[in-house]
Design a binder for this molecule. Structure first.
Ligand SMILES: Cc1ncc(C[n+]2csc(CCOP(=O)(O)OP(=O)(O)O)c2C)c(N)n1
Ligand SMILES: [Mg+2]
Length: 573
């Protein structure tokens, strides 16, 4: 017998499931998200054995648990690990994978799949081919781990790839028998688990110089700052640059998954969709890690960045995004924080003049943006001089929790009631991008965001239709006393987005289950029956007490705010 094998039989053995737990801990993973099932029990036992280092979080189905993990990954900007059951569980968790792809969350999906002896047969919880094929379109990398001894390598690769800019989801699969496979400690490569990465890469200096030249000459400069700025923590740099240039800032998408600067910055005008013409009016646009969703814009299919008589400077951590949605004059591939710092450093001594004309340009657009948001809000109030109940709930929460508050916006047409301008810091706000647009994200993601921010207060604002996609996720918050607050805007169903006229359209209305008028749902009652403290708000007299009640609660809270269903679909422009 060869010498090496002899030493194996004499050496200490470790099981595949222990290797998974050990490798996760080695990489600093401190939450394990899972729904259990046949094949996964040995792994859950191994995680449980390490419960002082890794917290086990479960949910009633894989859609919820994977969305909770996505929220955790998004907010912490660190990998979140979710392990799911065979074909069906992987299919249910795919919603989170599509969102993690769109919004670049470092989600690590692990499927437990058929044992190596039985795969590709029609057997228990069968998978027709490799389960990793399910995620092929959405992940940066996937791998079905062939041997238990490869587990440390698989986990290190998954974490490294998911977190390398641009961040995004990965998928690894474990045939269920690898959890019980015993491996000799001696053959496990101890190098795994110690890789450090330095990735704050700065753009080519020649490109930065070119950008400085164009920006300092510009009379109508605009900063289109996208989610990358918030995700890679370059929000202070964006604010400083805007001030140096006298340039207004617009953010991406309908809701912006990360804010690019504090929303109360005087140069922040809100989302580009609302004032898309500013992009046509600007002479130079600095496009920073920005994804725009054309279908949500006036004149869909027509890029707001024309690239004629206009200079476009595009910066992204993702080389594949340069030129994808617009063709820039200057494309910079780099991490935004050091690159913007360098840009500021070169620009500062130049003392770019912010003359009368330039100041007026920015002021005019600020006024237009403010007017537009006032109009939108007033159109969605029964009486323009009186805030709706939900607005008062949100402002009451802002008052009570101050800078500790984090708002998760998945309110569909009710998003207009969230006054982001009241938020002092970019890290007080999360939303799903239009690129991901997936009803049901809000509540479970907010649970994950609360887990990632145990000392903050998460307030999820959701529509009643969206809430019903994943309402049972709240049971996780109830069981683990996760103290988020959820506000459900009850407008009797799918109110905006063109659904309402269809729902009201006689017989056709019966086709759309999303109108809850015929059979109203009691959201506060539903929450209460799952063990979540709740209140149904019908009048403003109840608001103060409803918010005060939070002081005595340990776990989650649901506030159902009633609104006249006619209000939200009133304006649809
Ligand atoms: C997974 C998924 N399915 C379907 C849709 C299409 N959709 C967009 S909005 C909406 C209804 C939202 O209703 P609600 O949350 O009550 O919002 P409201 O318009 O009433 O404010 C649906 C079904 C979607 N975005 N995601
Ligand atoms: Mg609704």
């Amino acid at each position: 017998m060869p010498e090496r094998e002899e030493s194996h039989s004499a050496g200490k053995k470790v099981s595949g499931s222990e290797l998974v737990a050990r490798s996760l801990i080695k990489h600093g993973i401190d939450h394990f998200f899972n729904v259990v099932g046949i094949g996964i029990f040995p792994l859950v036992d191994a995680i449980h054995a390490q419960r002082d280092k890794i917290r086990y979080i479960s949910a009633l189905n894989e859609t919820s648990v994977a969305l909770i993990a996505e929220g955790y990954a998004r907010a912490s900007r660190t990998p979140a690990v979710v392990n799911v059951y065979h074909s069906s569980g992987t299919a249910l968790s795919m919603m989170a994978v599509t969102i993690a792809w769109a919004d670049h969350s470092p989600l690590i999906l692990m499927s437990t799949t058929s044992s190596r002896k039985l795969n590709r047969r029609d057997q228990y919880a069968a998978v027709p081919r490799n389960i990793t094929e399910m995620t092929d379109q959405y992940v940066k990398w996937n791998w079905e781990v062939p041997l238990a001894e490869k587990i440390p390598e698989a986990i290190e690769r998954a974490i490294t790839i998911a977190t390398a800019p641009p961040m995004g989801p990965v998928h690894i699969a474990f045939p269920m028998d690898v959890y019980n496979e015993l491996v000799d400690e001696a053959i496990i490569d101890s190098r795994h688990g110690i890789s450090r990465r330095y990735d704050k890469f700065i753009a080519d200096e020649a490109g930065i110089q070119e950008a400085v030249k164009l920006l300092s000459r510009s009379e109508r400069p605009l900063i289109a700052a996208g989610a990358e700025i918030g995700q890679y923590n370059a929000t202070d740099e964006v604010a400083e640059l805007a001030e140096l240039l006298g340039a207004p800032i617009v953010s991406e998408g309908n809701k912006s998954n990360f804010l690019p600067c504090s929303a109360n910055h005087p140069l922040y005008l809100g989302q580009l969709n609302a004032i898309v013409d500013i992009a046509h009016d600007a002479d130079t646009i600095l496009v920073l890690g920005f994804d725009f969703t054309e279908s949500g814009m006036p004149g869909a299919g027509r890029t707001p960045f024309r690239n004629t008589n206009q200079n476009i400077i595009q910066l992204s951590v993702d080389s594949a995004s340069i030129g994808k949605q617009m063709i820039p004059n200057i494309g910079l591939v780099a991490h935004p924080a050091p690159t913007l710092k360098k840009l500021i450093e070169i620009l500062k001594p130049k003392r770019v003049s912010i003359g009368e004309k330039k100041r007026k340009w920015a002021e005019d657009w600020t006024q237009k943006a403010n007017k537009k948001s006032h109009e939108q809000l007033n159109n969605r109030r029964a009486d323009p001089s009186k805030p709706e109940l939900i607005e008062e709930v949100i402002s009451g929460m802002m008052e009570k929790f101050g800078e500790k508050l984090i708002i998760v916006n998945h309110a569909t047409s009710g998003g207009v009631y969230i006054n982001v301008k009241e938020l002092k810091h970019a890290d007080q706000y999360y939303a799903i991008s239009q690129k991901a647009s997936a009803q049901g994200w809000g509540v479970p993601a907010a649970i994950g965001i609360q887990l990632a921010n145990p000392n903050r207060k998460v307030l999820a604002v959701v529509g009643d239709g969206g809430f019903m996609f994943t309402a049972q996720a709240l049971y996780t918050a109830a069981r683990y006393d996760i103290p988020l607050t959820v506000v459900v805007l009850n407008n009797q169903g799918w109110g905006g987005g063109g659904y309402n006229p269809k729902i009201k359209d006689g017989m056709k209305g019966d086709l759309f289950l999303g109108g809850f008028r015929k059979k109203p749902i009691n959201f506060a009652g539903l929450a209460k029956d799952m063990g979540v403290a709740s209140v149904r708000l019908k009048s403003r007299r109840q608001i103060k007490a409803a918010i005060e009640r939070l002081s005595s609660l340990k776990g989650p809270y649901l506030i159902e705010a009633i609104i006249n269903p006619e209000i939200l679909p009133k304006v649809r422009k």
